[in-house]
Design a protein around this ligand. Structure first.
Ligand code: SF4
Length: 375
């Protein structure tokens, strides 16, 4: 094995430590290499310029939209994921993906319209942060995929990013944005990591939410709200409620009243979002006046509200848009995914319990979106 100096200067060959060091925690690396070499190697991974021999993802393209940059990263199996960096006066936020595609199928989202392909590994999640060209001061798990449905991997990646022997990323600067699967929300409440939480709510009734977020059917909207409020209380965190305003669908007086009942006098910020157009074309985009008017009604109801500016329109910054075509082609090439491509996805157990007549797997297979499998 190389001595520490060699470790510092060249990095260990990846097969000496593990084929994928960004997926290893500090403790795992120390266990393999010993305290001194392990500590030094972990430092090189996070304090120095990333070395190509340690990477399992590579930049396929970067689209530059001024303060918003969109990276398409290519994975070892040919699929692509998106990572967006957004620079504001307060610093740069990176919006990280946790899956290739997504099983949730939100009607307003390109990633959802293409179906689920596979979960990302902890290493693939960590590398999206490491390979950013700008200095990052906020990480938001809000790219492709539902982060809580890749739960163990997500938590491991967060531990790696926060490790003070490496990147030492502040917990305060990490946000999980979720549609709120109940089982995972409960688990998250019990974790000893006080990360920020955003709930993508988008509706006040079960019927409207089921229409907008079809694969969350059966998950009670009231219980989801209760769960995030419980997280807020336990961890003393302000929760953000993301609400995509859709005129005629979720902007009624009854919606204002229900949001007031749930969130008045709670530690909650409502973030009103304007639809970022995709090719889906099913959603009506509100104009600025409609957003401002709805904000005012919510404020009169005693709520704290912000309008989140829509960014990156000219570089296809809505989730999934940039790599959608690429992944469709890769998916067609890999007609049948290996069983591993479905591992660990609770959405599978929760939402696609019928066996697919074509591939006989219980879960949603990669071709579900095309209508060829998983009827
Ligand atoms: S909005 Fe998020 S949860 Fe919904 S389909 Fe897109 S990636 Fe999945």
């Amino acid at each position: 094995m190389s001595n520490t100096n060699n470790v510092m200067n060249e990095g260990l060959p990846s097969n000496v430590i593990c084929s994928d060091p960004y997926g290893c925690t500090f403790e795992e690396i120390v266990e393999l290499l010993g305290e001194k070499s392990g500590r030094a190697f972990f430092r090189t991974l996070y304090k120095e310029k990333p070395k190509i021999q340690n990477q399992t993802i590579k930049v396929n393209s970067i689209e530059n939209g001024g303060d918003t940059k969109k990276y398409a990263f290519e994975l070892n199996d040919g699929y692509c994921i998106e990572t967006v960096s957004i620079t504001r006066k307060t610093g740069t936020t990176v919006c990280v993906s946790t899956m290739v595609g997504c099983p949730i199928g939100c009607t307003f989202c390109e990633s959802g319209s293409n179906g689920f392909i596979r979960n990302l590994s902890a290493s693939e999640i960590v590398q999206q942060v490491i390979l950013m060209k700008d200095k990052i001061n906020r990480i938001v798990f809000m790219g492709m995929g539902e982060p809580l449905l890749n739960y163990d991997t997500l938590i491991k990646a967060i531990h790696i990013l926060r490790d003070r022997n490496g990147l030492d990323f502040p917990t305060d600067g990490i946000t999980i944005s979720t549609v709120g699967p109940l089982k995972e929300l409960k688990k998250l409440r019990e974790e000893h990591i006080k990360i920020q939480l955003t709930l993508s709510l988008h509706a006040t009734t079960q019927a409207v939410r089921d229409r907008l977020i079809p694969n969350m059917k059966g998950q009670d909207i009231g219980k989801i709200v209760e769960s995030v409020l419980s997280y807020s209380e336990r961890h003393n965190r302000k929760i953000t409620i993301a609400y995509l305003l859709i005129p005629g669908v979720n902007d009624k007086s009854s919606d204002v009243r229900q949001l007031g009942r749930w969130f008045r006098d709670k530690n909650v910020l409502i973030n009103l979002l304007q639809y970022n157009e995709t090719k889906c074309g099913k959603i009506v985009r509100p104009n600025k006046q409609q957003l401002v008017a709805f904000k005012l009604r919510l404020e009169q109801s005693g709520l704290e509200v912000k309008i989140r500016e829509s960014r990156g329109g000219r570089i296809k910054a809505a989730c999934g848009q940039l790599v959608s075509e690429h992944n469709k082609k890769s998916k067609a090439k890999n007609q049948h995914q290996s069983p591993n491509s479905h591992d660990g996805t609770t959405v599978v157990e929760q939402f696609h319990v019928k066996k697919c007549k074509t591939c006989l797997q219980k879960e949603s297979c990669a071709l579900r979106a095309s209508g060829k499998h998983c009827q």
